[in-house]
Structures are given as C-alpha cells and as structure tokens.
Write a protein that binds this ligand. Structure first.
Ligand SMILES: [Zn+2]
Length: 320
C-alpha cells in the first residue's frame, strides 16, 4: 500500500464531498481498491441516514423548546392582561355608580391600552413582534389623546396627534422599515420610505398646527422655514445613502453641505420670510461667512482625501 490508512481517512470526507485535489482523488481511489477497511469507512460516510437522524432529533428538540417558551410567554401575557383588566373594571363600576354614565372611564381604558400594547402585545404575538408592538403603541397613544381631547372639549387633538405621529415616525420608522412584514414590501427602498414617511408626517403636523392657530401668516412663514430645512435633510440623506461606500467622502460632502447651509441657507430663509411678510428689512445675525467657507474647505479636503484613499484601495484590490 502506497499510502498510510490514516492519511486516506483524513482525505475521505473531502473525497466524498468532491472537493479534494485531482492528485488526492487518484491516491484515494488507488488506495480504496486495495484496502477494504477504508472502503468500508467511505460507505459509512456515504450512508447519511445517521446525520439525518441527528438533524431530525435536533429540530424536534428545538421545536418543542420554542413551543414551550411560546406557551409560557402567552401565559405571562394573559396574566398581565388580567392585571390590567382590574383597574379598568373598577373604574367602569365606579364611573357608572357615581355618574350614571361612562365619562372618564374611557380615559382610563385608553390609558391602560398603552402598557398593554408595550407588555401584553409582545408576549402574545407570535410573529412580527416589533411591528405589532410599535403600531399598537402608536394607536393606543393616539386613542388616549383623542379621548382626553373629547373629554376636555379641547381643540388641540389634531396638533397633539400629528406631533406624536411625526415623533414616532422619526423614532420607530427605521426599525419598522427593517422588520417583517414591512421590509419585504420595501426591499431596497427602506431609507427612501422612512424619509418620505417623516416628510409626510412633518407636513401633516405643520398643516394641523396651521389650522389650529388660525393665523393668516402662519403657512407662508412655516413653509419658508421648514422647506429649506427639509431639503437639507433630504440632501444629507441622499449623500449618505447613494454616494458610493467611501465614509470619508460622505463625511466631507455632508460637512460642506451643512457649512454652506449654516450661512446661505439661513440667509435664504430670512430673505423668504422678509418677502412673504412684506417687512422692509430684518435685523439678524448669522455667524460670519468665513465660518461657512472654512467648513466647506474642510469638507472638500476630507472628500479629496477620501477619494485618493478610495482609489488606492481599489488598486490594492485589483493587485490582490
Ligand atoms: Zn486503508
């Protein structure tokens, strides 16, 4: 025998998977012709029924464990739901007994839905936990605001609700966009969708505030200030999301953008405000233009360094 059995044994798994070199393959085949012991070993390797059995057993253990934990979390969720039901029931009875009609009970009910959405929903829901928790939390918060504003006969519901909606979109948007079932729908447009959702809810908030304050000059002024700022936010998003993968270039371009806006953007906003309000001139102070120029220069230098480093990196990769 030309080759030691030990060596062939080491090679057998590679041979079986067809990933060994041509020379090793030849050596193994030659050896197998002469050595019944190694041949038997190869047959055992090919007999994958043992592997399959192990995999099946592992799956069934994991399955029963996860079912056990799901049952347990559903039980804990049920206990919490029962605990939350106690104050609701008490308030229902007290409200009926003292007022002969349901009034502030609805505030308690809506208020109790908030902890329910945060504690019971994630325990009870089997799939898309994050998505359902965040959406039910948002819904219960809006419901509470609605009930309180009806109860107090206040006219601020639209402002409060739209502001809450905008804040939660900024906060939860990125998480919800990355989770099922939303991520399957958005695919490669997650960032774009979050930015669009934030922009829409922002202008919804501005609209609600405008109709609530009922001031004639509100909308022109609000738009003069918000539109340039929203455009800056979109520009920064576009740079971060769509300009290659070089971090230094992104930081450089963003630095230059923000620096330019800090002077010319602010000047533009003031100019727009003066025009819409028919005021002659407005005294205002921005920081000196040289500050913005320094920022732009720093941004440009960072961008150039990033581009040089990037092209060197590319060459290195090509050489490799
Ligand atoms: Zn052998």
């Amino acid at each position: 025998m030309k080759y030691e059995c030990d060596m062939i044994e080491d090679l057998l798994p590679l041979y079986k998977d067809g990933v060994c070199s041509e020379a090793s393959k030849k050596a193994v085949e030659e050896h197998l012709k002469e050595c019944p012991k190694c041949k038997k070993m190869l047959e055992e390797l090919n007999d994958t029924s043992i592997d399959e059995m192990i995999v099946k057993e592992k799956d069934s253990v994991i399955d029963s464990q996860s079912r056990f934990f799901k049952r347990k979390s559903a039980t804990v969720g049920g206990v919490f739901a029962a605990i939350f039901a106690i104050p609701i029931l008490v308030c229902l009875i007290v409200n009926l007994a003292t007022g002969h009609a349901l009034t502030w009970f609805f505030i308690v009910l809506a208020a109790m839905l908030i902890p329910t959405s945060l504690i019971v929903v994630p325990l009870m829901v089997r799939e898309n936990r994050m998505f359902y928790t965040m959406t039910s939390f948002t819904a219960s918060l809006l419901l509470l605001l609605g009930v309180v504003s009806i109860y107090t006969k206040a006219g601020w519901f639209a402002v409060a609700a739209s502001a809450v909606l905008f804040g939660l979109t900024v906060l939860f948007g990125p998480f919800i966009a990355c989770r099922r079932p939303v991520n399957a729908l958005l695919k490669n447009f997650k960032g774009l969708a979050v930015m669009a959702a934030c922009t829409v809810t922002f202008f919804l908030m501005i609209t609600c505030i405008g109709f609530t304050v009922k001031s004639a000059g509100f909308f022109p002024k609000a738009l003069c200030i918000s539109v340039p700022l929203i455009m800056l936010a979109w520009a920064i998003f576009a740079v971060i999301r769509y300009i290659g993968s070089n971090k230094l270039v992104k930081i450089g371009v963003c630095t230059a953008l923000i620096s330019a806006f800090s002077y010319w953007g602010v000047e533009l906003i003031v100019e727009l405000l003066i025009r819409t309000d028919n005021i002659g001139t407005v005294m205002y102070s921005t920081w000196p233009m040289s500050g913005a120029v320094v920022g732009i220069v720093i941004g440009a230098v960072l961008t150039i360094i990033g581009m040089i480093a990037g092209s060197k990196g590319d060459k290195k990769n090509e050489n490799n």
